[in-house]
Design a protein around this ligand. Structure first.
Ligand code: HEM
Length: 205
């Protein structure tokens, strides 16, 4: 749907998911760092509170993920997440070239937003990786750590809980890196706040 140069790209359910997810992930990162590096000399917040908030935020992210997953299955938003391998290398190259060079030379962006194309190729494949690989992995490993009796005791002599915790923290780290890049890239464009406004109002200007 588009009116006077505006396109409605972010329906209410998607904005609700995005808000809950962003809040949950920020709390998870903050409390996760506190738990990972806790020592007598370093404490951002009380350790028992960090655990409690981490668990609550984990449940929030897991439940809101269901909204994202089912929403994408039953609505047209899912079409923006379909993988198209033909010509992908070239499309990624054009977008990387734009971010590294063309953007600073005020060139036209190679994949302008339209009703049919919400994401540029780099956005699309990073969103696919984060939403269909990293976030599910962090949720599944998080549930396993909440119920450690579910985890295999040992894998080749190494503790299953240790391996699960390692996977959980590593994927959490990758999501943190994604978040930094995501927030920066969302500020790139005609005005730094344009995209932030869109994910709140639903309209792409
Ligand atoms: C303070 C935190 C965040 C801010 C300011 C932010 C900002 C934005 C903005 C401006 C957009 C719309 C423009 C675009 O598509 O790039 C967006 C979309 C999106 N964000 Fe975020 N974001 C945040 C956190 C997150 C987190 C933690 C995740 C995932 C782990 C995430 C995943 C996504 C996805 C998948 C979309 C596209 C949704 C769709 O249209 O289908 N965001 N975000």
């Amino acid at each position: 749907m588009g009116t006077e140069g505006r396109i409605y790209l972010y329906p209410k359910w998607l904005r609700a998911w995005h808000g809950l997810n962003a809040l949950g992930i920020i709390v998870l990162i903050f409390t996760g760092i506190n738990m990972q590096y806790a020592s007598p000399d370093f404490q951002l917040m009380r350790f028992d509170l960090a655990i409690r908030f981490h668990n609550i935020a984990g449940v929030l992210v897991a439940v809101s993920y269901l909204l994202f997953f089912i929403g994408n299955l039953v609505s047209s938003n899912g079409t923006f997440y379909q993988i198209k391998l033909k010509g992908l290398r070239n499309r990624l190259f054009l977008q990387i070239r734009y971010y590294a060079y063309g953007m600073f030379k005020k060139e036209e962006c190679p994949f302008p937003v339209s009703e049919k194309r919400k994401f540029n190729p780099l956005q699309k494949y990073s969103y696919i990786a984060v939403m269909y690989v990293f976030v599910p992995l962090v949720i599944i490993s998080g549930i396993a750590l909440l119920f450690p009796e579910l985890i295999i005791t040992e894998v080749y002599g190494v503790s299953g809980v240790f391996l699960t915790a390692l996977l959980h923290a590593s994927v959490g780290f990758l999501i943190s890196i994604f978040l930094i890049v995501h927030v920066y890239v969302a500020s790139v464009g005609k005005s730094p706040f344009k995209n932030y406004r869109s994910i709140i109002t639903g309209w792409h200007e």
